[in-house]
Design a protein around this ligand. Structure first.
Ligand code: BTN
Length: 235
């Protein structure tokens, strides 16, 4: 495991994507990102004090490719599990891979595949205090508790716990993990709009299913969604 630390970098995910020789658990940590990447090509902007890091998970040939569809959920679950150990707060998992606290986003996760490597990138609001612009949609641990956290320690625990949880996943514990994810399913019971390709539908979100899809009650039908953009409708 190599650890690369930067005061400033464009994107920790990009660094690992472009690096030729990476090994499992290689970790990149940055204080500041100038071009942080979010999902669906969005930019990820964060103020100083956030935990910004990416690490490598090697594709395990013993695990069928399809199973990796669940990886973003597993990362989210594992992150929530580590955060709960740090502060026992009411963190929620928002399908497909965000964490929420008090109805505000505390973390975003970006999983990318490059050759046989999964690059797991996490942006977690920890010590950030300058969230004014985003104060209605974002929150940090420090804002909630008033405490300051050791970023390196937080990051190391998240990475260590992920590999422990991945081992459990590999040894067949998905059902148990999914049960726990569904207990903290942020979207459950909420009216959401599902934008998938050019189509937009509205429904009530249900459970996350065994295959990682989200169950949605649309009119009299029960549907399951895998890809697409999920928005919670404004009330
Ligand atoms: C999202 O919510 O859209 C996902 C955001 C992921 C941001 C993290 S910050 C560390 C890593 N490096 C990046 O460029 N992106 C991820």
């Amino acid at each position: 495991m190599k650890v690369y630390k930067f005061e400033e970098i464009d994107s920790t995910n990009k660094f690992l994507r472009e690096k030729e020789d990476v090994s499992e658990k290689d970790l990149v940590i940055a204080k500041v990102q100038t071009n942080g990447r979010g999902r669906r090509g969005n930019k990820w902007v964060s103020t100083e004090g956030a935990a910004l890091f990416s690490f490598v998970l090697k594709h395990d040939m013993e695990i069928p490719e399809d199973e990796y569809m669940k990886l973003p959920l597993l990362v989210g679950y594992s992150l929530l599990y580590t955060l709960k150990k740090i502060e026992d707060l009411d963190f929620k998992f928002k399908w497909t891979n965000d964490l929420f606290l008090d109805d505000k986003k505390i973390s975003g996760i970006l999983v990318e595949k490059i050759k046989d490597n999964y690059i797991i990138g996490i942006g977690l609001n920890v010590n950030n205090e300058n969230l004014e612009e985003a104060k209605n949609i974002a929150i940090s641990l420090k804002e909630k508790t008033g405490k300051k956290y050791d970023l390196d320690k937080v990051i190391m625990s998240i990475v260590e716990d992920f590999f422990i949880n991945f081992k459990a996943f590999k040894s067949g514990e998905w059902k148990e993990i999914l049960e726990k994810i569904n207990k903290v399913n942020y979207l459950y019971g909420k009216r959401i709009n599902i934008v998938s390709f050019d189509k937009e539908e509205s429904g009530i979100a249900g459970d996350i299913l065994e295959n990682g899809m989200l169950e949605v009650f649309v009119g009299n039908e029960i549907k399951a969604y895998n890809i697409g953009t999920i928005h919670i409708s404004k009330k």
